[in-house]
Design a protein around this ligand. Sequence first.
Ligand code: SAH
Length: 359
Amino acid sequence: MPTFPLDLAELEPGELEDALEARGHKRFHARQLFRWIHRRGVTDFSAMTDLPQSLRDELGRECTVGTPVIVSDQLSSDGTRKVALALSDGQTIEAVFIPDTPSMTFCVSTQVGCAMSCAFCLTGRMGLARHLTAGEIASQVRVLATLTGHLETRFNIVLMGMGEPLHNYEHTMKALRILHAEAGLSVSPRRVTLSTVGIVPALERLAEEALMPNLAISLHATTDAQRTAIVPPNRKYPLKAILDACRRFPLPKRSRITFEYVLLAGVNDSLEDAQRLGTLLDGIRAKVNLIPLNPAPGIPFERPSDRQVDAFAAALAARRITVSVRKSRGRDIRAACGQLIVDGGTGRSAAQQVATLMR
Ligand code: SAH
């Protein structure tokens, strides 16, 4: 992070106190400043009326509040809203607002692009341009909540936008601390769901975190051969390693791990797959979230029929596994799962990125 101007959006409360103290100011102003930025969505220091004028002036000269700029804003017929956000270096990401009753959900990105190359996901086609910083991850929520008028209400956050959150571990966890801070949006970790392909060492680190989000694992297949073909990181972290890490995961009382399972017609949607999935999840406090494929141009798979989806769900339910089918939201504006993509060069290819990660 460049030290000048200092980007206050990147700081968690303790760091903001330290930064003020280092400049000769009272630590308690950090709380006021944090509240202005994160709870009220105000980035103009001159409007922060409870701060001393001299401090406001100094902040104006030496600091910024990095805030992604909305460059497009699309509304789906189902109320889902997708924004494209330009970052300070000109990269673009997408974030999605999903209104539902009783609660609202913000779906945010953790990387520009993604290195995982899942065969059915458009974001995977982009390759990875770079990780997002903690401020850039948290700011998506601030910007969306400001835009949709939800700074004051409770909402859920899903880390299911562009990118693999556990491939950007430090920044993602710091973003969660910023979002959780009491002077800010005060988002409880129980309202946050982190979705991952299952990077085992990172899952083990996550198990030690104080602020633990709900966990969703993108399983998508029931044999290693099948999974490696559609989720390449499986080569390094195969099913057994992921499921063992899930068995060891210190789940809070009454909570369960969600296993996401994208249904691809004729690939992983047979009743044998459903049976194998049930067996794999034996002994894990699990629920399954089926995601019928959201098709997209260039994605070489098809969405199964509703009948097949129902039969798959019924086979799991018959084994007393809690199962839900994810509603596809915002497909008309390409805001649904796996449909987030930003055009433009990203430098290295997805294949190169995966090769680096898998080393
Ligand atoms: N990198 C994270 C977040 C991905 S997005 C992860 O892998 O979990 C959230 C979910 O959407 C994942 O389960 C992902 O595999 C799924 N997904 C990706 N492309 C999809 C598509 N075209 N249709 C349906 N689901 C898709």
